[in-house]
Design a protein around this ligand. Structure first.
Ligand SMILES: C[S@@+](CC[C@H](N)C(=O)[O-])C[C@H]1O[C@@H](n2cnc3c(N)ncnc32)[C@H](O)[C@@H]1O
Length: 274
């Protein structure tokens, strides 16, 4: 991405991550590719290799996380170790459920929130609530902070969705977030174009962490980044998923001279506000 430091994942690293992950779980990956790519079925949470083993993602993202947070790698390793019980309980809770749109890199959000201890957080785009869950687990562990999430009410399912996906149709967005974490959570239902200006509108609003994962068009991404930047404090984090969908992220990071700016795993952009 032009103007973006790609320390988080260089092309060679990406290849190594994929080879490493495939070699560790050949059967899981074969089943995943057949179900996801060949049969075009939504893959259930408990079978998707990306949700079952976070280590390859962490391995390639570790240098980028160190640069972004300015924290020693060993400290990040300790936060990564905290993810194991969370991963186990998530798999136990939702092993046979479809994943529908979950942000695969959500475990990295946990590390960032633990390392940087933001207290005022906003994310756009909620489906099952995988990203919300990890952010909220980290806030709970930090014992401080509040997450505001903006999402539209329904899962975007095609009329002829598979039986498996049909199970999601009547589910509320954010169903992966348990009650014990909801005291720190404010969910607003509606398009970000309408709700974000009100949420960030007050002069008193200050923001430490913003994540875009809603509607990945150039206009929406640019609009969300600009609004977030107007409230992000110095040292705050601007983050975006799907940074390769268009030029919005690379342009914005270059124009605003955000540094360090890294790509974590694949497709997750993260930059510090100077
Ligand atoms: C990739 S998913 C988000 C995944 C989420 N971060 C998670 O881990 O559960 C994108 C979501 O954005 C929502 N969405 C689409 N357009 C939107 C908009 N204009 N404003 C807010 N949310 C939107 C869709 O309903 C979809 O569920």
């Amino acid at each position: 991405v032009t103007g973006v430091d790609r320390d988080g994942e260089r092309p060679g690293q990406r290849l190594r991550r994929r080879a490493y992950h495939f070699a560790r779980h050949p059967w899981r990956w074969t089943r995943y590719l057949v179900e996801h790519e060949v049969r075009k079925r939504e893959v259930v949470f408990g079978r998707n290799p990306r949700f079952l083993d976070y280590r390859p993602m962490y391995r390639v993202s570790r240098p980028g996380l160190v640069r972004l947070t300015g924290r020693p790698a060993l400290e990040l390793d300790a936060f990564f170790a905290e993810l194991e019980p969370l991963r186990t309980s998530l798999v136990r809770e939702v092993a046979n459920e479809p994943t529908a749109g979950a942000l695969a890199q959500a475990p990295l959000l946990y590390l960032l929130v633990r390392a940087m201890r933001p207290t005022s957080l906003v994310e756009t785009g909620v489906s099952s609530g995988y990203s919300s869950r990890f952010i909220l687990e980290a806030l709970d562990r930090n014992e401080s902070g509040r997450l505001h999430s903006v999402g539209i009410a329904r899962f975007p399912l095609a009329p002829n969705a598979s039986d498996l996906l049909e199970r999601m149709r009547d589910r509320p967005i954010g169903w992966l977030v348990p009650d014990r974490l909801r005291t720190r959570w404010d969910v607003r239902i509606g398009p970000s174009d309408e709700l974000l200006p009100a949420l960030l509108g007050s002069d008193a609003a200050r923001l430490d962490f913003f994540l875009h994962d809603s509607y990945h068009t150039y206009d929406t991404m640019r609009r969300e980044y600009a609004l977030a930047m107007s409230r992000l404090v110095s040292g705050g984090l601007l983050m975006s998923h799907d940074i390769h969908n268009n030029r919005a992220w690379s342009e914005f990071v270059r124009e605003r001279r955000l540094a360090p700016a890294v790509e974590l795993d694949r497709d997750l952009g993260a930059a510090r506000v100077p």
